[in-house]
Design a protein around this ligand. Structure first.
Ligand SMILES: Nc1ncnc2c1ncn2[C@@H]1O[C@H](COP(=O)(O)OP(=O)(O)OP(=O)(O)O)[C@@H](O)[C@H]1O
Length: 315
């Protein structure tokens, strides 16, 4: 369904845009129909940048993104409108998506005017009710309210219902549950899981390894804009190979252990070397070699559907 091929994003930074910041470096992966893939990495690793490139909110510096074999960067006019019918984004802060002076359900009427003006109002109302019910909400309780009268979880569900009304096939879910409380989080995760079984594909962006494990079949571990480990989520979790993934795993709090019993490395982040491994400065692996400072390792398959970019996998 969605194929990302060797994409890179360089931002211009500095006072007059004189500096380059490579936020995403040669990233490739794909997402199949009805699949949830999680994109996991710490703050600043380039996750949202990838999501925004998929949604065409920003351009790619190089590389291609294909949706159903069509180059997304070439879509125009009606094809682009069609793309947005099928590919939608939901973001971390639901409140920022709504205009506080309008009722929250205005997002549905805008959709009606924009995409489905031929559908009579009464039929559209029925569709909105059905979409709200399918995200576990009672229309009578949530329609006709201002954003501040609804909870973060309800507003997030509104956005997912909006995606359903559009017949969305692919959802970029960028940290969508970080602002929700624990029980609402599980509800939204289960909802995504439910929608996946109805054919929805999701790129689930998170910094939380355990959420990625809970929800996705495959995971992409991103560090400083580069993919360091990729594959079936269970394989990565059962056998994390990259020193960064291992470090992330050691940072996940465990209910059966007191915090001081868990080995955690929280090394200060230093600037990376120009061409070396992105994790070089932070790496404490026994396999760390001098060459890691100068050579960026390619992804190598360590077992079927599990690849790692580290010298330790060179065989
Ligand atoms: N518009 C921009 N201009 C310049 N630099 C940017 C811009 N947007 C993001 N960046 C930088 O690109 C890098 C990746 O940012 P991005 O938001 O993609 O990371 P992230 O992994 O999503 O982080 P978070 O989890 O904190 O949202 C960061 O160093 C960030 O400061």
């Amino acid at each position: 369904m969605l194929k990302i091929e060797d994409i890179t994003k360089t931002y211009k930074t500095g006072t007059f845009g004189g500096k380059d910041l490579k936020a995403v470096k040669n990233v490739s992966f794909d997402i199949h129909d009805g699949e949830i893939v999680s994109l996991i990495g710490e703050s600043g690793s380039g996750k949202s940048t990838i999501g925004k490139m998929i949604l065409r909110l920003i351009s790619t510096t190089s590389g291609k993104i294909y949706f159903n074999d069509k180059d997304v960067s070439l879509l125009k006019d009606s094809e682009l409108k069609e793309y947005y019918r099928h590919v939608q984004g939901v973001f971390q802060d639901p409140f920022s998506t709504y205009n506080p002076i309008f009722k929250a359900d205005r997002i549905f009427s805008v959709l009606h005017e924009e995409f489905f003006p031929h559908i009579p109002a009464s039929e559209w109302k029925g569709r909105v009710d059905t979409a709200l019910k399918s995200v576990g909400m009672n229309p009578a309780h949530v329609l006709n309210k201002f954003p501040h009268q609804l909870s973060g979880g309800q507003l997030q569900r509104f956005l997912i219902a909006r995606a359903l009304l559009l017949d969305t096939k692919f959802l970029v879910a960028d940290e969508i549950i970080s602002m929700l409380d624990a029980s609402t989080r599980i509800d939204v995760l289960n909802l995504l899981s439910d929608l996946r079984s109805k054919g929805l594909s999701v790129l689930f962006i998170t910094h939380d390894l355990s959420l990625g494990y809970y929800i996705s079949e495959r995971a992409v571990i991103l560090y400083k804009g580069s993919v360091v480990e990729i594959g079936e989520t269970k394989k990565i979790f059962d056998n994390p190979v990259h020193p960064y993934t291992r470090m992330l795993m050691s940072c996940v709090p465990r209910l059966d252990k007191k915090w001081q019993d868990v080995e955690v490395e929280l090394t200060e982040k230093k600037p990376m070397t120009a061409n070396g491994c992105v994790f070089y400065e932070r790496c404490h692996s026994e396999y760390k070699l001098d060459e890691c400072a100068h050579q960026s390792p390619a992804l190598v398959e360590v077992e079927p559907n599990h690849s790692v970019a580290c010298v330790c996998c060179k065989g």
